[in-house]
Structures are given as structure tokens and as C-alpha cells.
Design a protein around this ligand. Structure first.
Ligand SMILES: Cc1cc2nc3c(=O)[nH]c(=O)nc-3n(C[C@H](O)[C@H](O)[C@H](O)COP(=O)(O)O)c2cc1C
Length: 201
């Protein structure tokens, strides 16, 4: 199949991209609304891009009607977030938290999850998640103005919590203990259980 992006539909381009750029890690983001409602949503347009300072980028796209998602609005307003690790044991809750609910309702209540205060930012952490990255928004770069157009949220991580039970003998996160999930095309996810090691040359 050949796809000329200019003449293809946005939805077809979207499916070609998310089916091809895989697996994608999941930023499971808590933010705070202007009236204090805790928002929780997953974003697989996500990665980390450097460690000094530690930088992450994720993209709450515009909705198909062109409106901004609650996470984006909250980040524009307060500029603080927590990334909670999306792990196999919480897969159902990760998915459920993607439901479109009105801004005055919390996906934390919807999913039955609980929260813990963060150390350095106002949005709380999801207590059940074993890793939390607390961050400040450095920049938000919109790219495009129509449906499914990107909003690159560039964040600096200022505090990291890792459950000690995830650590190996060297104090590093053991992927076999973390059991992260990631996003593929369609409604597919993958587990991180089929691992192999390859030392760097
Ligand atoms: C695993 C997963 C990954 C997702 N990744 C994204 C993404 O990268 N960008 C996006 O805009 N929406 C993504 N979504 C959809 C959002 O989670 C959904 O629109 C959510 O309602 C946004 O919440 P909010 O309006 O509270 O910010 C994803 C959904 C799931 C289940």
C-alpha cells in the first residue's frame, strides 16, 4: 500500500502511524483541573529524550471535533503533572481512564484507584502504580490545528519515586519486575515479558 499523506484521510494516516510506530510506551498522566479535580489519562504518543535535565514529551492531540483534551487544558493552566507507570496489573484501569468524562468528573473515581500526594508538584500520584515521575511543563508546541493534531508537551522531570521491590542488585529497575505494558496498533497492547539481553558492543 502507498499512502500520499496529503490526499489520504486523517483517520487513515493516524491508523498507519499508530500501527507502524510500535510498541509505544504509555504516559499515564495525572493533572489537576482549575477546581481541583484530579484528571487521569493515558497517552502513548510519549517518550523520554534526555537525562540532563530529564526530559519527557507526550502529546494530547486535539479531539476529532478540534477541541482540547482536559489534560492539555490542565497543563496549560497549572503546568505540573505526574507520570504513573502503566503496568500489566493495572491494564484495565489504564484503558478505563481513557474514557471521555466531563472535566468535573475524575477518572480516579471512575477506575477505583487511590492517590498519594506528590513530593514536588500539586497533582497527586496514583498509589497503585509502582513508579511516579513528577514533572513541570517546559514548553507546549502545537503542530497543526485540526482533528488529531499534535500538542507536544515538553516536560522536565524533577522528582522520581520507584518502588524498591522493582530494583535489581544494582539499584536499577528490573524490567521483569516492572512488567510495563505498551501500545500497538488498533486496540492491541503488549506485555514486556518476552525479553532478551544483548550487551552493547
Ligand atoms: C493506551 C492509550 C493510549 C492513548 N494515547 C493517546 C495519545 O497519545 N494522545 C491522545 O491525545 N490520546 C490518547 N489516548 C486517548 C486519551 O486517553 C483520551 O482521549 C482521554 O479521554 C483524554 O483524557 P482527558 O480529556 O481527560 O485529557 C490514548 C488512549 C489509550 C487507551
Amino acid at each position: 500500500m502507498e499512502m500520499d499523506v496529503k490526499s489520504a484521510s486523517v483517520v487513515d494516516v493516524y491508523h498507519a502511524l499508530v500501527g507502524s510506530v510500535v510498541p509505544r510506551p504509555i504516559a499515564w498522566v495525572t493533572t489537576l483541573g482549575p477546581t481541583g479535580v484530579v484528571n487521569l489519562a493515558p497517552f502513548s504518543f510519549f517518550n523520554t529524550f534526555g537525562a540532563n535535565p530529564p526530559v519527557v514529551v507526550f502529546s494530547p492531540t486535539l479531539r476529532r471535533d478540534g477541541s482540547k483534551k482536559d489534560t492539555l487544558k490542565n497543563l496549560e493552566h497549572l503546568g505540573e503533572f505526574v507520570l504513573n507507570s502503566a503496568v500489566e496489573a493495572l491494564a484495565e484501569q489504564v484503558n478505563l481512564s481513557s474514557k471521555e468524562v466531563p472535566p468535573d468528573e475524575s477518572e480516579v473515581t471512575l477506575t477505583g484507584l487511590t492517590t498519594l500526594p506528590a513530593a514536588r508538584v500539586q497533582p497527586p500520584r496514583i498509589a497503585e502504580a509502582p513508579i511516579h515521575l513528577e514533572g513541570l511543563v517546559r514548553q507546549i508546541i502545537p503542530i497543526g490545528a485540526g482533528p488529531i493534531s499534535a500538542n507536544l508537551v515538553i516536560g522536565e522531570i524533577i522528582h522520581i519515586h520507584i518502588d524498591d521491590r522493582l530494583l535489581d542488585g544494582n539499584g536499577r529497575v528490573d524490567p521483569r519486575r516492572l512488567r510495563a505494558i505498551a501500545r500497538l496498533g488498533g486496540d492491541y497492547y503488549c506485555r514486556s515479558t518476552d525479553l532478551f539481553e544483548m550487551p552493547r558492543p
